[in-house]
Design a protein around this ligand. Structure first.
Ligand SMILES: [Zn+2]
Length: 117
C-alpha cells in the first residue's frame, strides 16, 4: 500500500516538467500551423517565392518559409528585412498576387532579394 503510493507520487513528479515542455511545443506547433494556413489562404505556395510589400509600398519577391527565417527578424506575420527596391530596411508583409495589377506583378518578380529564406 505504502510503496504503491510512493511510486505514484514519484511518477507525478517526473511527469510535470515534461508536460510543461509538451505544452510549450504545442504552442510552437500551433503558431507554425497558423502561419501555414495564413499563407495558404492568401493563395501562396508553401515555402516558395512570395510577393511582399515594404512599408514604403515597394513590391518584391522573397522566399517565405513558415517558421524558418535566417535573414530577417520575424514579428509574426510581419518580417523586418532589407528591401531590394528602395535599398532600405523595412517591415514587409506578404501580398496577394491576385490583388496586383500586371504591372505590379511584373515589377515584383523583377525584384528578388537574396536567395536565402
Ligand atoms: Zn522598400
Amino acid at each position: 500500500m505504502f510503496s504503491c503510493f510512493t511510486l505514484r507520487r514519484n511518477r507525478a513528479h517526473a511527469v510535470s516538467p515534461r508536460d510543461s515542455h509538451r505544452r510549450h511545443m504545442l504552442i510552437v506547433v500551433a503558431a507554425i500551423l497558423l502561419e501555414i494556413v495564413g499563407i495558404w489562404l492568401r493563395g501562396h505556395r508553401l515555402g516558395g517565392n512570395v510577393v511582399v510589400r515594404c512599408r514604403k509600398g515597394h513590391l518584391f519577391t522573397t522566399i517565405w518559409i513558415p517558421a524558418a527565417s535566417l535573414k530577417s527578424l520575424r514579428l509574426g506575420w510581419w518580417r523586418f528585412q532589407r528591401c531590394p527596391v528602395g535599398k532600405h530596411w523595412s517591415l514587409v508583409t506578404p501580398v496577394k498576387e491576385s490583388d496586383l495589377s500586371e504591372e505590379q506583378k511584373r515589377t515584383a518578380h523583377e525584384n528578388k532579394d537574396i536567395r536565402i529564406p
